[in-house]
Design a protein around this ligand. Structure first.
Ligand code: GLN
Length: 488
Protein backbone atom coordinates (compact mmCIF):
# COMPACT_ATOMS: atom_id res chain seq x y z
CA UNK A 1 0.00 0.00 0.00
CA UNK A 2 1.95 2.97 -1.30
CA UNK A 3 -0.22 5.47 0.58
CA UNK A 4 0.95 4.12 3.93
CA UNK A 5 4.64 4.61 3.17
CA UNK A 6 6.83 7.41 4.47
CA UNK A 7 8.27 9.93 2.03
CA UNK A 8 11.71 8.36 2.19
CA UNK A 9 10.29 4.88 1.58
CA UNK A 10 8.23 6.04 -1.40
CA UNK A 11 10.99 8.07 -3.05
CA UNK A 12 13.25 5.02 -2.66
CA UNK A 13 10.72 2.82 -4.45
CA UNK A 14 10.20 5.40 -7.18
CA UNK A 15 13.95 5.72 -7.71
CA UNK A 16 14.29 1.93 -8.00
CA UNK A 17 11.30 1.89 -10.41
CA UNK A 18 9.40 -0.45 -8.06
CA UNK A 19 6.38 1.85 -8.23
CA UNK A 20 5.17 4.87 -10.16
CA UNK A 21 3.97 8.24 -8.96
CA UNK A 22 0.64 7.49 -10.62
CA UNK A 23 0.28 4.37 -8.49
CA UNK A 24 1.17 6.38 -5.38
CA UNK A 25 -1.45 9.03 -6.14
CA UNK A 26 -4.00 6.36 -7.03
CA UNK A 27 -3.31 4.62 -3.71
CA UNK A 28 -4.02 7.88 -1.86
CA UNK A 29 -7.19 8.47 -3.89
CA UNK A 30 -8.32 4.91 -3.15
CA UNK A 31 -7.66 5.40 0.54
CA UNK A 32 -9.66 8.63 0.49
CA UNK A 33 -12.48 6.70 -1.17
CA UNK A 34 -12.23 4.00 1.48
CA UNK A 35 -12.00 6.05 4.68
CA UNK A 36 -12.72 9.72 4.14
CA UNK A 37 -16.48 9.47 4.55
CA UNK A 38 -15.60 8.56 8.15
CA UNK A 39 -12.45 10.65 8.70
CA UNK A 40 -13.72 13.71 6.80
CA UNK A 41 -10.27 15.23 6.42
CA UNK A 42 -10.78 16.56 2.89
CA UNK A 43 -13.08 19.40 1.92
CA UNK A 44 -12.39 18.55 -1.72
CA UNK A 45 -9.76 17.07 -3.98
CA UNK A 46 -9.12 17.26 -7.68
CA UNK A 47 -8.30 13.68 -8.71
CA UNK A 48 -7.75 14.43 -12.40
CA UNK A 49 -5.28 17.20 -11.59
CA UNK A 50 -3.41 15.00 -9.09
CA UNK A 51 -3.10 12.17 -11.62
CA UNK A 52 -1.89 14.59 -14.31
CA UNK A 53 0.80 15.85 -11.90
CA UNK A 54 1.72 12.22 -11.19
CA UNK A 55 2.14 11.45 -14.89
CA UNK A 56 4.40 14.47 -15.24
CA UNK A 57 6.47 13.22 -12.28
CA UNK A 58 6.71 9.76 -13.84
CA UNK A 59 8.00 11.31 -17.07
CA UNK A 60 10.67 13.16 -15.11
CA UNK A 61 11.68 10.00 -13.24
CA UNK A 62 11.92 8.16 -16.57
CA UNK A 63 14.08 10.99 -17.91
CA UNK A 64 16.49 10.46 -15.04
CA UNK A 65 15.61 13.27 -12.62
CA UNK A 66 16.89 12.12 -9.22
CA UNK A 67 15.85 12.48 -5.59
CA UNK A 68 18.91 14.64 -5.06
CA UNK A 69 17.61 17.13 -7.64
CA UNK A 70 13.95 16.92 -6.61
CA UNK A 71 13.57 15.49 -3.11
CA UNK A 72 9.76 15.16 -3.31
CA UNK A 73 9.47 13.92 -6.88
CA UNK A 74 6.25 11.90 -7.10
CA UNK A 75 5.22 12.41 -3.45
CA UNK A 76 1.53 13.23 -2.83
CA UNK A 77 1.27 16.15 -0.37
CA UNK A 78 -2.09 17.59 0.72
CA UNK A 79 -2.75 21.13 1.95
CA UNK A 80 -4.70 22.88 4.66
CA UNK A 81 -7.47 24.97 3.12
CA UNK A 82 -5.65 28.19 4.02
CA UNK A 83 -2.86 27.89 1.43
CA UNK A 84 -3.33 29.22 -2.08
CA UNK A 85 -2.94 26.88 -5.04
CA UNK A 86 -3.48 28.43 -8.43
CA UNK A 87 -6.86 27.49 -9.87
CA UNK A 88 -7.95 25.56 -6.76
CA UNK A 89 -10.55 26.60 -4.18
CA UNK A 90 -9.36 28.23 -0.95
CA UNK A 91 -12.10 28.67 1.62
CA UNK A 92 -10.25 28.69 4.95
CA UNK A 93 -12.96 26.45 6.38
CA UNK A 94 -15.36 29.39 5.99
CA UNK A 95 -18.50 30.22 4.06
CA UNK A 96 -17.39 33.78 3.42
CA UNK A 97 -15.04 32.92 0.58
CA UNK A 98 -17.83 31.30 -1.42
CA UNK A 99 -16.52 29.88 -4.70
CA UNK A 100 -13.24 31.82 -4.57
CA UNK A 101 -10.33 30.21 -6.40
CA UNK A 102 -6.72 31.26 -5.87
CA UNK A 103 -5.18 33.23 -8.74
CA UNK A 104 -1.64 32.24 -7.71
CA UNK A 105 0.46 29.67 -5.84
CA UNK A 106 1.66 30.32 -2.30
CA UNK A 107 5.45 30.33 -2.06
CA UNK A 108 5.41 27.01 -0.19
CA UNK A 109 3.30 25.53 -2.99
CA UNK A 110 5.73 26.79 -5.62
CA UNK A 111 8.55 25.24 -3.64
CA UNK A 112 6.73 21.91 -3.20
CA UNK A 113 6.01 21.78 -6.93
CA UNK A 114 9.61 22.70 -7.79
CA UNK A 115 10.74 19.81 -5.57
CA UNK A 116 8.49 17.46 -7.57
CA UNK A 117 5.65 17.01 -5.06
CA UNK A 118 2.14 16.24 -6.22
CA UNK A 119 0.17 18.94 -4.47
CA UNK A 120 -3.45 17.97 -4.07
CA UNK A 121 -6.56 18.31 -1.93
CA UNK A 122 -8.05 20.90 0.41
CA UNK A 123 -7.91 19.82 4.04
CA UNK A 124 -10.53 20.75 6.58
CA UNK A 125 -9.75 23.24 9.34
CA UNK A 126 -11.30 25.46 11.94
CA UNK A 127 -12.65 28.56 10.25
CA UNK A 128 -9.72 30.91 9.58
CA UNK A 129 -7.59 28.65 11.79
CA UNK A 130 -9.41 29.66 14.95
CA UNK A 131 -9.86 26.64 17.13
CA UNK A 132 -8.38 23.46 18.49
CA UNK A 133 -10.74 20.77 17.22
CA UNK A 134 -11.96 21.53 13.63
CA UNK A 135 -15.42 21.86 15.15
CA UNK A 136 -15.30 25.49 14.00
CA UNK A 137 -15.16 24.46 10.35
CA UNK A 138 -18.15 25.93 8.54
CA UNK A 139 -18.56 22.61 6.70
CA UNK A 140 -18.14 19.63 9.02
CA UNK A 141 -16.02 18.26 11.85
CA UNK A 142 -13.06 16.08 11.00
CA UNK A 143 -12.80 12.86 13.03
CA UNK A 144 -9.81 11.48 14.84
CA UNK A 145 -8.70 8.32 12.96
CA UNK A 146 -7.96 6.68 16.33
CA UNK A 147 -11.53 7.19 17.52
CA UNK A 148 -14.16 8.79 15.29
CA UNK A 149 -16.07 10.14 18.30
CA UNK A 150 -13.08 12.32 19.17
CA UNK A 151 -11.63 15.45 17.65
CA UNK A 152 -8.44 15.37 15.57
CA UNK A 153 -7.33 18.63 17.19
CA UNK A 154 -7.10 21.88 15.33
CA UNK A 155 -7.00 24.12 13.66
CA UNK A 156 -5.13 21.94 11.12
CA UNK A 157 -7.19 18.88 12.10
CA UNK A 158 -7.75 17.83 8.48
CA UNK A 159 -4.00 17.83 7.82
CA UNK A 160 -3.22 15.68 10.86
CA UNK A 161 -6.08 13.25 10.26
CA UNK A 162 -5.24 12.84 6.56
CA UNK A 163 -1.62 11.94 7.34
CA UNK A 164 -2.57 9.66 10.23
CA UNK A 165 -5.17 7.87 8.09
CA UNK A 166 -2.66 7.41 5.23
CA UNK A 167 -4.72 9.49 2.80
CA UNK A 168 -1.55 11.32 1.76
CA UNK A 169 2.14 10.99 2.58
CA UNK A 170 2.50 14.43 4.10
CA UNK A 171 0.52 17.61 4.52
CA UNK A 172 1.09 21.26 5.25
CA UNK A 173 -0.69 23.22 7.93
CA UNK A 174 -0.30 26.51 9.72
CA UNK A 175 0.46 27.14 13.38
CA UNK A 176 -0.49 30.38 15.13
CA UNK A 177 -0.77 29.04 18.66
CA UNK A 178 -0.35 25.31 18.25
CA UNK A 179 -2.39 24.39 15.20
CA UNK A 180 0.27 22.09 13.76
CA UNK A 181 1.70 20.56 16.93
CA UNK A 182 -1.58 20.02 18.81
CA UNK A 183 -3.42 18.08 16.05
CA UNK A 184 -0.22 16.16 15.23
CA UNK A 185 -0.11 15.08 18.88
CA UNK A 186 -3.78 14.10 18.99
CA UNK A 187 -3.59 12.10 15.73
CA UNK A 188 -0.19 10.50 16.32
CA UNK A 189 1.93 12.09 13.62
CA UNK A 190 4.90 14.44 13.48
CA UNK A 191 4.15 18.17 13.25
CA UNK A 192 6.69 20.96 13.07
CA UNK A 193 6.26 24.68 13.58
CA UNK A 194 9.29 26.47 12.16
CA UNK A 195 10.85 29.58 13.64
CA UNK A 196 9.00 32.78 12.71
CA UNK A 197 10.62 33.93 9.47
CA UNK A 198 11.95 30.51 8.43
CA UNK A 199 9.14 29.81 5.93
CA UNK A 200 7.50 32.42 3.69
CA UNK A 201 3.85 33.13 4.44
CA UNK A 202 3.14 34.54 1.00
CA UNK A 203 -0.06 32.85 -0.14
CA UNK A 204 -1.08 31.79 3.38
CA UNK A 205 -4.34 33.49 4.32
CA UNK A 206 -3.41 35.48 7.42
CA UNK A 207 -4.87 34.84 10.85
CA UNK A 208 -2.42 36.64 13.16
CA UNK A 209 0.49 37.82 11.07
CA UNK A 210 3.05 38.09 13.86
CA UNK A 211 2.39 34.50 14.98
CA UNK A 212 1.55 32.46 11.85
CA UNK A 213 3.99 29.96 10.40
CA UNK A 214 3.51 27.17 7.86
CA UNK A 215 4.90 23.73 8.62
CA UNK A 216 4.75 20.03 7.75
CA UNK A 217 2.77 17.04 9.02
CA UNK A 218 4.56 13.77 8.34
CA UNK A 219 4.81 10.17 9.52
CA UNK A 220 8.46 10.44 10.60
CA UNK A 221 10.92 13.04 11.79
CA UNK A 222 13.10 12.43 8.74
CA UNK A 223 10.19 13.28 6.48
CA UNK A 224 9.54 16.48 8.45
CA UNK A 225 13.18 17.46 7.89
CA UNK A 226 12.86 16.75 4.17
CA UNK A 227 9.72 18.85 3.76
CA UNK A 228 11.06 21.66 5.96
CA UNK A 229 14.17 21.87 3.82
CA UNK A 230 12.02 22.24 0.71
CA UNK A 231 9.67 24.93 2.02
CA UNK A 232 12.17 27.07 3.98
CA UNK A 233 14.04 30.13 2.83
CA UNK A 234 13.89 33.81 2.15
CA UNK A 235 11.17 35.20 -0.10
CA UNK A 236 11.13 38.82 -1.16
CA UNK A 237 7.31 38.64 -1.22
CA UNK A 238 7.20 38.10 2.55
CA UNK A 239 9.22 40.77 4.29
CA UNK A 240 9.16 38.78 7.54
CA UNK A 241 10.96 35.83 5.96
CA UNK A 242 14.58 35.85 6.99
CA UNK A 243 17.49 35.81 4.52
CA UNK A 244 19.36 33.00 6.18
CA UNK A 245 20.78 29.89 4.68
CA UNK A 246 18.64 26.73 4.83
CA UNK A 247 20.57 23.90 6.48
CA UNK A 248 20.52 20.38 5.05
CA UNK A 249 18.01 19.35 7.71
CA UNK A 250 17.55 15.80 6.46
CA UNK A 251 21.28 15.13 6.16
CA UNK A 252 22.08 16.51 9.59
CA UNK A 253 19.69 14.26 11.53
CA UNK A 254 22.26 11.70 12.54
CA UNK A 255 25.17 12.31 14.83
CA UNK A 256 23.40 11.58 18.07
CA UNK A 257 22.39 13.78 20.93
CA UNK A 258 25.16 13.11 23.45
CA UNK A 259 25.79 16.16 25.57
CA UNK A 260 22.81 18.16 24.33
CA UNK A 261 21.17 19.98 27.22
CA UNK A 262 17.43 19.54 27.57
CA UNK A 263 15.46 22.01 29.65
CA UNK A 264 12.52 20.90 31.79
CA UNK A 265 10.43 23.99 32.63
CA UNK A 266 9.12 23.74 36.16
CA UNK A 267 6.09 25.90 35.29
CA UNK A 268 4.80 23.19 32.93
CA UNK A 269 4.10 20.75 35.75
CA UNK A 270 0.46 21.86 35.92
CA UNK A 271 -2.42 20.38 37.85
CA UNK A 272 -4.66 19.61 34.85
CA UNK A 273 -2.10 17.37 33.19
CA UNK A 274 -3.57 13.98 32.36
CA UNK A 275 -1.70 11.23 34.28
CA UNK A 276 -1.18 9.07 31.19
CA UNK A 277 0.22 12.06 29.28
CA UNK A 278 2.53 12.79 32.18
CA UNK A 279 3.72 9.19 32.38
CA UNK A 280 4.41 9.00 28.62
CA UNK A 281 6.30 12.30 28.58
CA UNK A 282 8.31 11.40 31.69
CA UNK A 283 9.30 8.11 30.05
CA UNK A 284 10.31 9.94 26.87
CA UNK A 285 12.47 12.33 28.88
CA UNK A 286 14.22 9.37 30.54
CA UNK A 287 14.71 7.83 27.11
CA UNK A 288 16.31 11.03 25.80
CA UNK A 289 18.55 11.04 28.87
CA UNK A 290 19.59 7.46 28.26
CA UNK A 291 20.53 8.48 24.70
CA UNK A 292 22.96 10.99 26.12
CA UNK A 293 20.98 14.19 26.63
CA UNK A 294 21.60 16.07 29.86
CA UNK A 295 18.52 17.20 31.80
CA UNK A 296 18.43 20.68 33.28
CA UNK A 297 15.59 22.18 35.29
CA UNK A 298 14.70 25.62 33.95
CA UNK A 299 12.18 28.32 34.69
CA UNK A 300 9.96 30.19 32.25
CA UNK A 301 8.44 32.52 34.83
CA UNK A 302 5.86 34.24 32.61
CA UNK A 303 4.26 31.01 31.38
CA UNK A 304 1.04 31.70 33.27
CA UNK A 305 0.35 34.80 31.20
CA UNK A 306 0.90 33.26 27.77
CA UNK A 307 -2.66 32.19 27.02
CA UNK A 308 -4.05 35.55 28.17
CA UNK A 309 -1.55 37.51 26.06
CA UNK A 310 -2.19 35.27 23.06
CA UNK A 311 -5.96 35.70 23.28
CA UNK A 312 -5.49 39.46 23.10
CA UNK A 313 -2.79 39.65 20.42
CA UNK A 314 -4.15 36.97 18.07
CA UNK A 315 -7.72 38.34 17.96
CA UNK A 316 -6.40 41.91 17.59
CA UNK A 317 -4.40 40.94 14.52
CA UNK A 318 -7.22 38.74 13.23
CA UNK A 319 -9.73 41.58 13.47
CA UNK A 320 -7.52 43.67 11.20
CA UNK A 321 -6.69 40.82 8.79
CA UNK A 322 -10.32 39.76 8.41
CA UNK A 323 -11.48 43.28 7.55
CA UNK A 324 -10.71 42.47 3.91
CA UNK A 325 -13.59 39.97 3.75
CA UNK A 326 -16.20 42.59 3.05
CA UNK A 327 -18.16 41.31 0.06
CA UNK A 328 -16.23 43.62 -2.28
CA UNK A 329 -12.85 42.03 -2.69
CA UNK A 330 -13.36 38.28 -2.44
CA UNK A 331 -15.86 35.51 -2.63
CA UNK A 332 -19.30 35.86 -1.26
CA UNK A 333 -21.53 38.95 -1.18
CA UNK A 334 -24.90 39.28 0.52
CA UNK A 335 -26.55 42.41 -0.86
CA UNK A 336 -28.07 45.20 1.22
CA UNK A 337 -29.76 48.54 0.67
CA UNK A 338 -26.46 50.41 0.96
CA UNK A 339 -22.78 49.47 1.27
CA UNK A 340 -22.82 49.38 5.07
CA UNK A 341 -25.78 47.03 5.08
CA UNK A 342 -24.05 44.92 2.40
CA UNK A 343 -20.90 44.65 4.58
CA UNK A 344 -22.89 43.73 7.59
CA UNK A 345 -25.04 41.18 5.76
CA UNK A 346 -21.99 39.61 4.13
CA UNK A 347 -19.97 39.39 7.31
CA UNK A 348 -22.99 38.45 9.40
CA UNK A 349 -23.83 35.49 7.20
CA UNK A 350 -20.33 34.63 6.04
CA UNK A 351 -18.48 34.30 9.35
CA UNK A 352 -19.20 31.69 12.00
CA UNK A 353 -19.55 32.33 15.76
CA UNK A 354 -15.91 31.81 16.78
CA UNK A 355 -14.64 34.18 14.09
CA UNK A 356 -17.15 36.80 15.17
CA UNK A 357 -16.13 36.34 18.79
CA UNK A 358 -12.50 36.95 17.87
CA UNK A 359 -13.29 40.00 15.74
CA UNK A 360 -15.30 41.51 18.57
CA UNK A 361 -12.55 40.74 21.09
CA UNK A 362 -9.89 42.06 18.74
CA UNK A 363 -11.57 45.35 17.90
CA UNK A 364 -12.33 45.83 21.60
CA UNK A 365 -8.72 45.44 22.75
CA UNK A 366 -7.57 47.76 19.96
CA UNK A 367 -10.14 50.48 20.58
CA UNK A 368 -9.01 53.79 22.02
CA UNK A 369 -9.26 53.74 25.78
CA UNK A 370 -8.60 49.98 25.95
CA UNK A 371 -5.55 49.78 23.70
CA UNK A 372 -3.08 50.63 26.48
CA UNK A 373 -4.82 48.50 29.08
CA UNK A 374 -5.02 45.34 26.96
CA UNK A 375 -3.17 45.31 23.67
CA UNK A 376 -0.08 47.24 24.72
CA UNK A 377 0.16 45.26 27.95
CA UNK A 378 -0.15 41.99 26.12
CA UNK A 379 2.69 43.07 23.83
CA UNK A 380 4.84 43.80 26.87
CA UNK A 381 4.05 40.41 28.33
CA UNK A 382 4.95 38.90 24.99
CA UNK A 383 8.40 40.48 25.23
CA UNK A 384 8.84 39.01 28.71
CA UNK A 385 7.84 35.57 27.43
CA UNK A 386 10.34 35.78 24.59
CA UNK A 387 12.99 36.87 27.08
CA UNK A 388 12.20 33.88 29.32
CA UNK A 389 12.96 31.58 26.41
CA UNK A 390 16.09 33.39 25.30
CA UNK A 391 17.39 33.28 28.87
CA UNK A 392 16.63 29.58 29.12
CA UNK A 393 18.36 28.92 25.81
CA UNK A 394 21.57 30.34 27.24
CA UNK A 395 21.66 27.21 29.40
CA UNK A 396 19.94 24.56 27.27
CA UNK A 397 19.81 23.47 23.62
CA UNK A 398 16.12 22.57 23.64
CA UNK A 399 13.13 22.42 25.95
CA UNK A 400 10.90 19.39 26.43
CA UNK A 401 7.22 19.45 27.38
CA UNK A 402 3.99 17.58 26.67
CA UNK A 403 2.36 18.91 23.48
CA UNK A 404 -1.13 18.91 25.00
CA UNK A 405 -2.49 18.47 28.53
CA UNK A 406 -4.79 15.58 27.51
CA UNK A 407 -5.21 13.13 24.62
CA UNK A 408 -7.97 13.78 22.05
CA UNK A 409 -11.21 14.88 23.65
CA UNK A 410 -14.74 13.99 22.55
CA UNK A 411 -16.50 15.89 19.83
CA UNK A 412 -18.79 18.43 21.51
CA UNK A 413 -17.06 18.14 24.88
CA UNK A 414 -15.46 21.60 24.79
CA UNK A 415 -17.32 23.35 22.00
CA UNK A 416 -19.71 25.22 24.30
CA UNK A 417 -16.92 26.44 26.54
CA UNK A 418 -14.43 28.63 24.66
CA UNK A 419 -12.20 29.03 27.72
CA UNK A 420 -11.85 25.27 28.15
CA UNK A 421 -11.07 25.02 24.43
CA UNK A 422 -8.46 27.77 24.68
CA UNK A 423 -6.65 25.75 27.35
CA UNK A 424 -5.96 22.96 24.84
CA UNK A 425 -3.05 25.12 23.69
CA UNK A 426 -1.33 26.05 26.94
CA UNK A 427 1.85 24.15 26.06
CA UNK A 428 2.06 25.31 22.46
CA UNK A 429 1.11 29.00 22.53
CA UNK A 430 4.27 30.44 24.11
CA UNK A 431 6.39 29.15 21.24
CA UNK A 432 4.51 31.37 18.77
CA UNK A 433 4.61 34.37 21.08
CA UNK A 434 8.37 33.91 21.38
CA UNK A 435 8.83 33.23 17.65
CA UNK A 436 10.86 30.06 18.32
CA UNK A 437 10.50 26.61 16.71
CA UNK A 438 8.78 23.48 18.00
CA UNK A 439 8.04 19.93 16.99
CA UNK A 440 5.55 17.37 18.25
CA UNK A 441 6.15 13.66 17.82
CA UNK A 442 4.43 10.51 19.08
CA UNK A 443 5.63 9.34 22.51
CA UNK A 444 3.01 6.81 23.56
CA UNK A 445 -0.67 6.03 23.91
CA UNK A 446 -3.35 6.24 26.50
CA UNK A 447 -5.12 2.99 27.35
CA UNK A 448 -8.85 2.51 26.92
CA UNK A 449 -9.33 4.18 24.63
CA UNK A 450 -6.02 3.93 22.85
CA UNK A 451 -5.15 7.48 21.83
CA UNK A 452 -1.84 9.02 20.77
CA UNK A 453 0.22 11.23 23.08
CA UNK A 454 2.62 13.88 21.80
CA UNK A 455 6.03 15.02 23.01
CA UNK A 456 6.97 18.62 22.29
CA UNK A 457 10.54 19.81 21.76
CA UNK A 458 11.07 23.56 21.57
CA UNK A 459 14.19 25.00 20.00
CA UNK A 460 16.08 28.26 19.73
CA UNK A 461 15.26 30.70 16.98
CA UNK A 462 16.48 28.87 13.86
CA UNK A 463 17.34 25.88 16.02
CA UNK A 464 15.32 23.43 13.90
CA UNK A 465 18.37 21.22 13.32
CA UNK A 466 18.74 20.55 17.04
CA UNK A 467 15.10 19.68 17.74
CA UNK A 468 14.97 17.51 14.62
CA UNK A 469 18.07 15.66 15.73
CA UNK A 470 16.67 15.08 19.21
CA UNK A 471 13.32 13.99 17.81
CA UNK A 472 14.97 11.67 15.30
CA UNK A 473 17.19 10.07 17.95
CA UNK A 474 14.12 9.43 20.11
CA UNK A 475 12.07 8.11 17.19
CA UNK A 476 14.83 5.70 16.17
CA UNK A 477 14.59 3.95 19.52
CA UNK A 478 10.79 3.80 19.76
CA UNK A 479 8.02 2.33 17.65
CA UNK A 480 5.06 4.61 18.43
CA UNK A 481 5.25 6.25 15.02
CA UNK A 482 4.74 2.91 13.27
CA UNK A 483 1.38 2.17 14.85
CA UNK A 484 -1.62 2.73 12.61
CA UNK A 485 -5.06 3.91 13.71
CA UNK A 486 -8.13 1.69 13.19
CA UNK A 487 -9.46 4.11 10.56
CA UNK A 488 -6.36 3.77 8.36
N1 GLN B 1 -6.18 27.04 19.03
C1 GLN B 1 -5.55 28.32 18.91
C2 GLN B 1 -6.57 29.35 18.48
O1 GLN B 1 -7.69 29.02 18.43
C3 GLN B 1 -4.42 28.23 17.93
C4 GLN B 1 -4.88 28.20 16.53
C5 GLN B 1 -3.77 28.17 15.55
O2 GLN B 1 -2.62 27.87 15.86
N2 GLN B 1 -4.11 28.55 14.34
O3 GLN B 1 -6.26 30.46 18.21
Amino acid sequence: MLNSLTISELTGKLARREASAREAVQACLDQIGRVDDRVKAFLSHDAADALAQADAADREIAAGVTRAAKPLLGVPVALKDVLCVRGQPCQCGSKILGDFRSPYDATVVEKLKAAGAIVFGRLNMDEFAMGSSTENSAFFTTRNPWDPDRVPGGSSGGSAAAVAADECLAALGSDTGGSIRQPAALCGCVGLKPTYGRVSRYGLVAFASSLDQIGPFTKTVRDAATVLEVISGHDRRDSTSVPREVPAYAHNLEGGIRGLKLGLPKEYAIGGLDPEVKAAVDAAVRQLESLGAELVEISLPHTDYAAAAYYIIAPAEASANLARFDGVRYGRRVNGADPVEMYSNTRGEGFGPEVKRRIILGTYVLSSGYYDAYYLRAQKVRTLIRRDFLNAFERVDAIVTPTTPTPAFRIGERSDDPLQMYLSDIFTISCNLAGICGISLPCGFSREPKLPIGLQLLGKPFGEETILRLAHAYEQTTSWHREKPPLA
